[in-house]
Ligand binder design. Structure first.
Ligand code: P6P
Length: 338
């Protein structure tokens, strides 16, 4: 496994994906490798725009024109266009679903490939004016057998995703990826313009000490969530209470949860009946990453990756993180069902 890195032997994302493809043998055609390379280029491009945003106040300049006389776009629209163009040009995709687009895109025959990509080009972008970390989230399905590319190819359960990942734009750009063989984290070296393997084989701690919920919604929470939060804020048998950390940007909250452990939750409640987070391009990719890192991802009553979507922008409740913490939460749902 080439994750040992003497200084003259850095492992770039490109090299690491290729190594995974080679390990899969001749069955792997290289198409996923090329698709993932297209995605990493979009992350580098979006990263440069996110960096600039706070400098030239790119954010929120919708409706103005830039030096090229082009209509200036809000950062999330710009990020969406960057991803759609790169994914189409890769020649490896057939159907695209973006948080920014009401309808799915079916790629024209000439450029059509065998993968479907669902993505949120810039999740949490409402936070960018405050300099809070935001991110791109993506999941990849293979076309169904014999399909030319229809909406049904992206209405597959999350467990059928072949890859999932996110890029977090913060003090540096961190890309975290799984192709079903564990989770690896890469940091963008701006000088090289390469994502470098910095977090090989991420494993989420079996139990953490952090809970990450928007407790501003507490008055709407259902009973199991209220009881669970009580149990970690006012623990019995002399245990220390958990620490609260909530950034309000899913990529940042999930990244911290993967590295430090604990539980992230965006429950459904009396106000948001279905929960706020989107199933296809927020919950599914983060659930796949969490499970691949040894954690658990549930709606409270059901494994997220088992859900079969019925429409591309549907929402679902999300609880994910350390196995033991999420299982503690599930006991409160089981009690309710007895
Ligand atoms: P709230 C950001 O707008 C987002 O979609 C996720 O990134 C984040 O986890 C969630 O919404 C935050 O929602 O209601 O707590 O502000």
């Amino acid at each position: 496994e080439d994750t040992q890195m003497p200084s003259t032997d850095i492992v770039t994302l490109t090299r690491h994906i290729l190594a995974q493809q080679i390990r899969l043998g001749p069955a792997a055609t290289g198409d996923l490798t090329l698709l993932l390379n297209a995605i990493q280029v979009t992350s580098k491009f979006i990263a440069t725009n996110v960096r600039k945003a706070r400098l030239i106040n790119l954010v929120g300049l919708a409706g103005e024109t830039n030096v090229q006389g082009e209509e200036q776009k809000k950062l999330d629209v710009l990020s969406n266009d960057i991803m759609v163009n790169a994914l189409r040009a890769s020649g490896k995709t057939a159907v695209l679903v973006s948080e920014e687009l009401d309808e799915a895109i079916v790629i024209e025959k000439r450029l059509r490939g065998k993968y479907c990509v669902v993505f949120d080009p810039l999740d949490g972008s409402s936070n960018i004016d405050a300099g809070v970390n935001i991110g791109t989230i993506f999941g990849i399905y293979k076309l169904k057998e014999g399909s030319e590319g229809t909406i049904n190819d992206v209405l597959q359960p999350g467990k059928d995703m072949v890859a999932a990942g996110y890029t977090m734009y913060g003090s540096s750009a961190n890309l975290v990826l799984t192709t079903g063989q564990g989770v690896n984290g890469y940091t963008l070296d701006n000088a090289l313009g390469e994502f470098i393997l910095t977090h090989p084989d991420i494993k989420i701690p079996q139990r953490g000490k952090i809970y990450s919920f928007n407790e501003g919604n507490s008055m709407y929470f259902h009973e199991p969530v209220i009881k669970y939060l009580e149990s970690i804020k006012y623990p019995k048998n002399g245990k220390a209470p958990y620490s609260a950390r909530y950034i309000g940007s899913m990529v940042a909250d999930v990244h911290r949860t993967l590295l430090y452990g604990g539980i992230f939750g965006y429950p459904n409640d009396k106000k948001t009946k279905t929960g706020k987070l989107r199933l296809l391009y927020e919950a599914f990719p983060m659930a796949m990453l969490t499970e691949q890192a040894g954690g658990v991802a549930t709606t409270g009553t059901q494994r997220i990756l088992d859900i079969v979507p019925t429409e591309i922008h549907q929402r679902c409740p999300v609880f994910l993180g350390s196995k033991e913490d999420v299982e503690d939460l599930q006991t409160f749902y089981k009690e309710e069902q007895q």
